[in-house]
Design a binder for this molecule. Structure first.
Ligand code: M6R
Length: 615
């Protein structure tokens, strides 16, 4: 799980690569490196830490000239983060350099063989093994670089997006992909290579996304040639026009991407239902569902697979699918599902949810479901991502790029999309009355402005954050549709503030967690008016009786909980099934402000990466 960038053309490569790596830091940020070819020589510079640390080191160590180069920002898998393990890795002769995102699973046996043949390894990485394997094959069989890469990759087990450069053939870069993303920006006699399109968006809108098991050679002033790694057959390049712009991927005046993305939610939700939710006509139009409606209607059950925040969105979906569409649903952690020999039949529909579309466990769960004959539907945000391509059909959330490691707008847009699907199926199955259906559509259309209203509580939430920022533990409670929101609130706090937090169904408190409650325990309780309100109020009384500190997330105007709680945060009234879209907002802001007050790295919390493309 790393970010890779490359450039070959007529511009200075250094600024393109450094800026590109900064945009890809969400993929990993424990070390970074760059290799530049200045027309005569190949210069490599690497540094532990962020891309900014690399930039500072380049200034003092190498010249920045050259119109060809490759760069890498790392999230360690093999070998600790340090200068030596950082990419690019060079071959023993020093002629070849490589950047790699992925894992070479059989690197130990390959390394043994290469060591026997006299190869020496400086780093602990699997990548250094790969570049020496390429060199060995190239020299042994007297092959051109492209061919040597191809032969080597046919010996490799694992996942990769790679770019390889040979200083003895300095007019080309060889790239290849299996299991990790790789985009090629096609400019005017120039090529950009990157893990996603953000590093080259201001230079070209024309992009090619390599498919798995494809490789290509990009050359100055020549068209790209793409081949299948296995059988060497040529593939016609499919150039697509990108819709994103630079402004979308920059902070836009906010201190952090996370805050920007929290505030983007009204628009993001609107973008999710745009063209799909036709309130006047009383229609939900979604090609991926319309084209496969029989599969959904005749399904014995829906199995939802996902990880992290996407799994929480799946839990919310379970409530709405069962409640409104009366379809049995199971929600599974993809990482458990893939290994527990689950019973899957041809009559199951599997919905895979993933913001990045690259999560390894979710991808493996999809492959398992497909192998067992299930119909697999993807809910992804990143267009053209692996999961989007691996599923039989799907729908994009259209939330726009999410850069902050902590998912925010991905969650609310996933819920929006899954709600559209549930309502559509409920209607087709005749499980919902016409008036109820129409009412749901109207209420869903109003959600963006209600989210905007919920965001207005930010100052009040900041004051609450100040009060509890030093707590060692937090408890989050919710019931029904808002139980998954409690889980999500706790996850948000954990991942960006490093404060321990637990989410629980409110009624489960008395079966254990109540023992934790004393005057030092802040308890965030979601107590909206429609969902088991009285019962949750009883839980609040129980917490109060044990001196717990209560932060209530309540429906506007609720005086009852106000009189019991230490603080309340109001959200606009809505249908219970839509309330997670509103109750989530204050929880995102609370964790954000606590993390900022504790001086945490909000957008890139320690030990995490945006997309988890390894097990
Ligand atoms: O890209 P995905 O939605 O598949 O990612 C799943 C999780 O890794 C992700 O939601 C993670 O839990 C986030 N850091 C949560 O904020």
């Amino acid at each position: 799980m790393c970010g890779i960038v490359g450039y070959i053309g007529h511009r200075e490569a250094f600024p393109i690569i450094i800026e590109g790596l900064k945009r890809l830091e969400y993929r990993g940020y424990d070390s970074a490196g760059i290799a530049l070819y200045d027309g005569k020589d190949l210069k490599v510079c690497k540094a532990k830490g962020k891309v900014a640390d690399l930039e500072a080191r380049v200034d003092s160590e190498i010249t920045k000239n050259g119109t060809i180069g490759i760069g890498h920002t790392r999230w360690a898998t093999h070998g600790v983060p340090n200068d030596v393990n950082a990419h690019p890795h060079s071959s023993n002769s020093g002629d070849l350099v490589i950047i790699h995102n992925g894992i070479i699973e059989n690197y130990v046996s390959l390394k043994k063989e290469l060591s026997k043949r006299g190869y020496i390894f400086k780093s602990d990485t699997d990548t250094e093994v790969l570049i020496n394997l390429i060199e060995d094959i190239k020299l042994k069989e007297n092959l051109k670089l492209g061919k040597a890469v191809q032969v080597a990759l046919n010996q490799v087990v694992g996942a990769y997006a790679i770019a390889v450069f040979d200083k003895k053939k300095p007019d080309e870069i060889v790239i290849a992909k299996l299991g990790s993303p790789l985009a090629v920006g096609v400019g005017d006699n120039e090529f950009f290579i990157a893990s996603d399109a953000s590093p080259f968006i201001e230079y070209t809108k024309n992009a090619i996304y390599l498919e798995d098991e494809e490789m290509a050679i990009v050359r100055i002033n020549k068209p790209i040639k793409i081949r299948k790694i296995k059988d060497d057959s040529l593939v016609d390049p499919y150039i697509q026009e990108l819709q994103m712009n630079l402004e979308q991927i920059e902070k836009g005046g906010y201190d952090h991407f996370m805050l920007k993305e929290i505030y983007e939610q009204p628009d993001a939700i609107r973008d999710t239902y745009r063209g799909r939710l036709l309130v006047k006509e009383g229609i939900i139009r979604m090609a991926g569902i319309d084209d496969n409606i029989e599969k959904f209607i005749n399904a014995d059950r829906i199995i939802i697979v996902a990880c992290g925040t996407s799994w929480h969105a799946g839990l919310v979906a379970e409530y709405i699918f069962e409640d409104i569409a009366r379809i049995p649903v199971e929600v599974e952690y993809a990482s458990e599902f893939r290994y527990r020999n689950p019973v899957i039949t041809k009559k199951d529909v599997v919905i895979a949810i993933s913001q990045s579309g690259e999560t390894a466990d979710t991808l493996a769960a999809i492959k398992l479901a497909k192998a067992n004959g299930a119909f697999v539907f993807g809910v992804c945000n990143v267009v053209g991502s692996t999961i989007a391509r691996e599923t039989h059909a799907g729908a994009y959330t259209h939330a726009g790029p999410e850069i902050g490691v902590a998912s925010t707008k991905a969650f609310t847009t996933q819920i929006t999309l899954l709600t559209l699907i549930a309502l559509k199926l409920a209607k087709v199955k005749g499980e919902i009355s016409n008036s109820d259906y129409r009412y749901h559509l109207q209420e869903l259309e109003l959600i963006p402005e209600k989210v905007a209203k919920a965001l207005k509580s930010e100052d009040h939430i900041k004051m609450i954050a100040e009060k509890y920022k030093n707590a060692k533990n937090f408890l989050y409670l919710g019931r029904g549709y808002n139980f998954p929101v409690a889980l999500e609130g706790a996850l948000k706090l954990k991942e960006i503030s490093y404060i321990h937090a637990e989410g629980y169904p409110a009624a489960e408190m008395k079966h254990g967690p109540i023992a934790l409650i004393d005057e030092n325990m802040p308890v965030v309780v979601i107590a909206t008016k429609k969902g088991h309100y009285e019962k949750v109020v009883s839980n609040i009384e129980e917490i109060k009786a044990r001196q717990g500190k209560i932060i209530g997330i309540v429906t506007e105007g609720d005086e009852n909980v106000k009189s019991l709680a230490d603080y309340v945060i109001e959200v606009p009234e809505s249908l219970e099934s839509l309330s997670p879209l509103l109750t989530t907002i204050p929880l995102q802001l609370l964790s954000y402000h606590i993390a900022v007050m504790l001086n945490r790295n909000v957008d890139q919390p320690r030990n995490l990466a945006k997309s988890v493309t390894v097990e």
